[in-house]
Design a protein around this ligand. Structure first.
Ligand SMILES: C[S@@+](CC[C@H](N)C(=O)[O-])C[C@H]1O[C@@H](n2cnc3c(N)ncnc32)[C@H](O)[C@@H]1O
Length: 373
């Protein structure tokens, strides 16, 4: 018997294929759906090594399900604590280093975007701490955790800071290319941030140091070719029996309008051709962790609507998408060799299509984890 949650998913996406669907009581109340998003059944997804089980979930309001059978896949400036130089382009602040190809700024606007983005991810996966289930229990007992590319500015509400606050017996390390942590404010005793470029040198930790290593939203931090190397480093510093987890949105909003899809594809081509980034890295993670020879590999994703049709979370995700396009503008106008005016005009067309309500766009956010043998 399919669970109630399964019935919320469009037929072609249901994990258990059924020919009929039953109306649910909550279908007439989309507000109730966004207030209580579907559960993610982690235990159901625990599978043996190299065989993954995609759990399909969605935050798309129920009343759209009947109409969406054609959906293919529902789916402050701080005083810095480390020596670093910044450059300013088009009013945005970036890390200034030849060796750091990261294309996004690190100013307050961008940090705010990260903050909201992670709240959306928490909402999507219904969890304050999104970790593999075996790790969740052990965090109370006291384990060593590493966050790779944690973000330069850390705040209450940042996933790794909240973990350090909630699990005092565990220790938390984090690395990022730069730190914007204020020098005059102490962080928790059980938390340490190290400035480190992970594509330039091995992680600054002994092999087998950590019980759990996570990385969140690194899609355009590394070139496609660098991913296996970064993951191999993450594996090296993880103990046998420890877990590695990756959280990535598939940066490919689906079901945009025609102008929006054209603009999305042009942006993706520029990210791939100009820098070797893979904006759809989320869809490659299962293969990458399989090649890493992990066991207990689990792949889950949640579909998050973009735009007002998705109610509150749709509005929030749309705002985050807009903020991302704005953050990526200085990099993209240079690489695409277009003017700001052209960039803004194309972005405006994408947004107008979304606002028209005709297109029910969405992104899938992936959580992929596995255990080191
Ligand atoms: C999109 S942000 C995500 C931050 C954080 N994980 C979050 O979810 O809010 C990507 C982060 O990766 C960091 N980063 C990019 N390239 C890096 C590298 N080569 N080594 C270490 N960190 C890097 C950036 O500085 C940035 O803070």
């Amino acid at each position: 018997m399919a669970s109630t949650a399964d019935k919320k998913v469009p037929k072609h996406l249901q994990p258990l294929k059924r020919k009929h669907t039953h109306k649910k009581k909550v279908e007439s109340s989309p507000a109730a759906v966004t207030a209580a998003p579907p559960r993610v059944h982690e235990e159901e997804n625990r599978v043996p090594a190299t065989i993954s089980n995609h759990h399909i979930n969605t935050l798309i309001p129920n009343h759209f399900y009947n109409a969406s059978n054609d959906i293919n896949q529902i789916f402050n400036d701080h005083s810095a604590s480390s020596p670093q130089l910044f450059r300013w382009t088009k009013g945005r602040r970036f890390v200034s280093s030849q060796n750091v190809p990261y294309p996004l700024p690190n100013d307050q606007t961008e940090l705010d975007r990260h903050r909201v983005q992670f709240y959306i991810v928490r909402w999507a996966f219904e969890s304050r701490h999104i970790t593999p289930p075996p790790i969740k229990k052990r965090l109370f007992e006291g384990i060593n955790v590493l966050d790779v590319g944690c973000g330069p500015g850390l705040w209450v509400g940042h996933p790794i800071i909240d973990m350090a606050e909630d699990f005092k017996k565990s220790t938390f390390d984090a690395v990022d290319i730069c730190s914007l942590l204020p020098t005059d404010q102490p962080t928790s005793d059980n938390f340490n941030l190290t400035c480190h470029n992970v594509t330039e040198a091995p992680l600054p930790f002994e092999s087998g140091t950590f019980d759990y290593v996570q990385q969140v939203m690194a899609a355009i931090s590394y070139k496609m070719d660098d991913w296996p190397l970064v993951l191999a480093e993450m594996k090296r510093v993880t103990k046998s029996g420890g877990y590695i987890q990756l959280i990535e949105p598939d940066m490919y909003p689906q079901q945009l309008g025609p102008e929006g899809e054209l603009w999305r594809d042009q942006i993706h081509n520029a990210l791939r051709d100009q820098r070797g980034y893979e904006p759809r890295i989320a869809c490659h993670l299962e293969r990458l962790v399989t090649e890493l020879d992990l066991e207990d590999i689990t792949v889950k994703y949640v579909s998050v609507p973009v735009g007002s049709w998705g109610l509150d979370i749709g509005h929030l995700w749309e705002q985050n998408f807009d903020a991302f396009l704005e953050s990526a503008r200085p990099f993209l106008v240079e690489k695409m060799q277009i003017t700001n005016a052209t960039y803004q005009a194309n972005t405006k067309k994408l947004k107008e299509e979304l606002k028209s309500g005709e297109f029910k766009a969405f992104n899938n956010i992936y959580v992929v984890y596995g255990r080191v043998k």
